[in-house]
Design a protein around this ligand. Structure first.
Ligand code: FAD
Length: 510
């Protein structure tokens, strides 16, 4: 099933305890700071039904139509379809929006991959993962991600401070587990459900813990509170801050004040080994759509910077061209990682098609760790006028308009109003409070930079370079440790062969 925007709005209009700016929110669908994003999410649901979009955003199987973003990936074609769908959405809504579901739903596929391992640890929840994956395909809910707790003092175990600093189970009932704690969750106030799990990487020697719990949380559950950061929408005119007023994805501190999680929604519980396993593969699929956001954002920066230097004739200078090339290299670097991750996709333990893990995670480091530098180059190319230009009201006031027209009209193509619009967009993209927030979002929301690098460390095939150096230096086989000679040879040939085709895996594992 694919939902409509109206069905989505109805599903989030319940009795939620939502707070923002020190006030209780009656209806997130109409509140000025939530409405812009709710409208976008609703529009995405409606687009799935529209003639011009449904062929790109949906697929039909067994007579049932579902969202392409929710489809389990079994082939490279599935990944191209997902990539196309995400691009289509960004193009249609005219900007970059991240947490709208396609970039989070895949967290569950990682758990699907681990079902066998998780069953060995604790078979109690075996069927729940598959049921939830199927529920998403059939029910089309808006699912988000909940990982980060307030954490408190990291030098102490949670039990030695306020135990609620990390989310944990306080009791079991016949109906399910009761959990307490808090999580930071972007979009929680206007989403349907959150895959909730710990971020802890180091459990010490503990085998069982009430903190090792993962579940699907229905965001309409009683005893949840959503305490949101202040929004950017409505603070200043949309003409001056066009992005902040349309694309602000409001983050919330979600309080679990003894929330009942029905047993059928529990995905793992008590075993720290299960929590560790889940953590290691969490972004196996979701990093793809996340990085795609950096690509679209790079396109926005390139377009704005190029328009700006073209309209003032600066694009003729070699030094300016070099800076534009630096932006293009960043963009194409991300493009290359995403494209190669599909071209060299890998079969997952459960038979799904994973983007090539080493390339995907290296691409995430490239996209996130260089974003601030690239934003700075774009800022430089756009010049100081983005921060000194008066607001739209001044451009339109009869007393000041003639001066604005005089000094902001450049030639026949670029009249003052277009130049004002470009400068306003660029200011909001690179210089505003919203711009800083967006940079932090890409830096942190899919785990912090050190975790991005840890993912590279865990997924890069170190054996290839080791085997190569062993051969080049003429070292003895002993230096390779326990690895067999034949796998060393294949490591060398797979990493250093010029024949890409020999590395290309099956195109479909379906
Ligand atoms: C805009 C925004 C939206 C977010 N949305 C979500 C969301 O939807 N869901 C969600 O679950 N979370 C979300 N987060 C939270 C995000 O996942 C965390 O901010 C992130 O995991 C870092 O955790 P922290 O903020 O507690 O930083 P800390 O854990 O306090 O870390 C701060 C810094 O300390 C250093 N550090 C800490 N531990 C280590 C270590 N082990 N090794 C090396 N260096 C270390 C790093 O430099 C790190 O960046 C969001 C964050 C932002 C900014």
């Amino acid at each position: 099933m694919i939902r409509t925007g109206a069905q989505y709005r109805d599903s989030i209009r319940g009795e939620r305890d939502v707070y923002i700016n020190g006030e209780r929110v009656n209806d997130v669908t109409t509140h000025p700071q939530f409405k812009p994003l709710v409208d976008i999410r609703a529009r995405l649901y409606d687009m799935q039904h529209e003639e011009t979009s449904k062929g790109i955003l949906t697929y039909t199987e067994g007579g049932e139509t579902s969202a392409i973003g929710n489809k389990l990936p079994y082939s490279q074609t599935d990944w191209w379809s997902k990539r196309r769908a995400t691009d289509h959405v960004m193009n249609k809504i005219g900007g970059v929006v991240t947490r709208v579901g396609d970039e989070t739903v895949g967290e569950m596929w990682s758990l699907f991959d681990g079902a066998e391992v998780l069953n060995e640890i604790d078979p109690q929840f075996a069927n729940n993962i598959e049921t939830h994956i199927s529920n998403v395909v059939k029910g089309d809910p808006f699912q988000i991600s909940a990982n980060t707790d307030p954490k408190g003092d990291r030098s102490k175990p949670a039990q030695d401070q306020d135990p609620d600093m990390l989310l944990h189970v306080v009791r079991e009932t016949d109906a399910g587990i009761v959990v307490r704690g808090a999580k930071y969750e972007t979009a929680a106030a206007y989403a349907n459900q959150a895959f909730t799990k710990p971020t802890i990487a180091n459990w010490g020697s503990e085998e069982l813990s009430e903190y090792a719990v993962g579940f699907i949380c229905d965001l309409n559950s009683p005893n949840l509170k959503f305490i949101c950061r202040t929004g950017f929408a409505g603070r200043a005119s949309a003409q001056d801050y066009p992005l902040a007023n349309k694309f602000d994805e409001v983050d919330a501190l979600v309080i679990f004040d003894d929330v009942l999680i029905p047993w059928e929604n529990v995905l793992f519980y008590r075993h720290t080994k299960a929590a560790k396993f889940m953590r290691a593969s969490l972004h196996r699929y979701t990093a793809f759509a996340f990085i795609q956001r950096n690509l679209k954002f790079a396109d926005m920066m390139i377009g704005a910077a190029l328009f700006n230097v073209r309209q003032t004739g600066l694009d003729k200078y070699q030094g300016v061209q070099e800076k534009l090339s630096a932006l293009a290299c960043y963009r194409e670097g991300i493009n290359a990682h995403l494209t190669a991750a599909i071209a060299l996709a890998e079969k997952s333990p459960a038979g799904l098609m994973m983007p090539n893990q080493s390339l995907l995670y290296a691409g995430r480091v490239l996209a996130c760790s260089q974003l601030h530098e690239v934003m700075h180059i774009a800022r430089e190319l756009c010049g100081g006028q983005i921060c000194v230009t008066p607001d739209a009201a001044t451009f339109h006031n009869p007393e000041t308009k003639p001066w604005m027209d005089k000094y902001y009209t450049i030639n026949d193509e670029w009249a003052a109003e277009d130049r004002r619009k470009l400068l306003a967009l660029t200011r909001d993209m690179l210089n505003s409070d919203f711009a800083g927030h967006r940079l932090s979002f890409q830096l942190f929301t899919q785990s912090p930079p050190f975790a991005h690098l840890a993912a590279v460390y865990q997924n890069f095939d170190w054996d290839g370079p080791l085997a190569f150096v062993k051969d080049v230096a003429g070292l003895s086989d002993k230096v390779m440790g326990e690895q067999s000679l034949s796998s060393r040879d294949s490591a060398v040939s797979s990493w250093f062969s010029n024949d890409i085709a020999s590395q290309t895996p099956e195109t479909s594992v379906g």
